[in-house]
Design a binder for this molecule. Structure first.
Ligand code: 173
Length: 323
């Protein structure tokens, strides 16, 4: 018996210390979300991780660490850049502190499938590599225009006297409309609304129910503008050290996830109905006024981006705009 135990110990020791020559080790990658845990974004991320881990069994394992409690929303970009974590689900607006072009992805007027064909994806990859030490893996949210949500009524596109919660996504546009802006992470918005610190906020068409904001929202302003972007980004050193098989699994799964983006079209319709049912009224700028509102959104954002990045701004605009 003692001999058997000793034998088992020796075998176990050999298994953990001697690297196998024939079989590549399974690698575990740390994943975080810049969005709070009880959002649909994170639920979909967790289901995806499950599927990816099944596919990657023995090769690659994704370990979900958590949301902003693990890494605060606006620090996620740097955490991936430096390799504190390997992968993040974030939007570019949350990591403009790494490089300003990150916020340009909201301005894409063509879907990611087309971006992969017209050179936009390649160009994004180059910037994300060089300026962020990031590998741009997949865009997993699109077809979600942003909107302005309010608790005070307006009858024209003028936000003078209103305090609006923003992220870099909306900052230049809402400021141009006269708003006083205040930046918060999504996780802090409920409290800001509850305390009356803000009179409104920017958010995509979907998701306001996830964190209870419908309770504190009276109006949605139409039309929407831009297209909400949420993507998976990977630390570039991590990406480079993956074996071809590991990259294959991750790429296959990421593309499959990205391929589900049509989900967001139906979700947008569902959320519009749900907002109406809960009593949120629509303030709609019609005709020329509506068009001017949307044009202003794009003009202010591109102007700011081109100013922050004279090198890449104009090229991004060309690649992201509808022909
Ligand atoms: O927090 C935000 O309003 C924001 O910038 C954003 C970006 C993409 C999706 C959802 C929210």
């Amino acid at each position: 018996m003692a001999l058997l135990v000793r034998f088992a110990v020796v075998v176990a020791f050999a298994l953990v210390t001697v690297p196998s020559l024939a079989v590549a080790q399974e690698i575990t990658l740390k994943v975080v979300s810049a969005f709070p845990e009880n959002t649909l974004y994170v639920k979909r991320l967790e289901s995806w991780i499950e599927r990816a881990n099944q596919d990657g069994r023995g090769t690659l394992r994704l370990n979900f660490i958590g949301g902003p409690k693990a890494i605060p929303t606006f620090e996620v970009g740097n955490a991936v850049r430096t390799g504190v974590v390997d992968i993040a689900m974030s939007t570019g607006a949350f990591y403009t502190n790494v490089f300003p072009e990150s916020d340009a992805l909201k301005l894409t007027q063509i879907p990611i499938a087309e971006q992969r064909k017209n050179g936009a994806y390649e160009y994004i990859s180059k910037i994300w590599n060089q300026k962020g030490n990031l590998y741009y893996l997949a865009r997993i949210v699109q077809w979600q225009p942003f909107h302005l949500y309010l608790n005070k009524k307006i009858d024209r596109p003028d936000l003078a006297g209103l305090k609006i919660r923003v992220t870099p996504v909306y900052r230049d546009f809402f400021t141009a409309l006269g708003a006083t802006v205040m930046q918060t992470a999504p996780g802090e918005l409920y409290t800001a609304l509850e305390r009356g610190v803000v009179d409104g906020y920017g958010w995509p068409i979907g998701g306001i129910f996830d964190l209870g904001w419908q309770e504190k929202t009276k109006f949605r302003v139409d039309p929407g503008f831009y297209d909400a972007e949420v993507s998976l980004i990977v630390n570039l050193d991590t990406w480079k050290k993956l074996s071809p098989t590991q990259r294959e699994v991750l790429t296959r799964q990421a593309l499959a996830f990205e391929g589900q983006n049509d989900f967001w079209k139906t979700y947008a319709e569902d959320e519009i109905k749900r907002q109406a049912q809960t009593g949120i009224q629509v303030i709609r700028f019609e005709g020329a006024q509506g068009q001017q509102y949307v044009d202003r959104a794009y003009e202010t954002a591109w102007a700011a981006l081109i100013k922050a990045s004279p090198e890449h701004g104009p090229k991004l605009r060309e690649l992201f705009s509808k022909r």
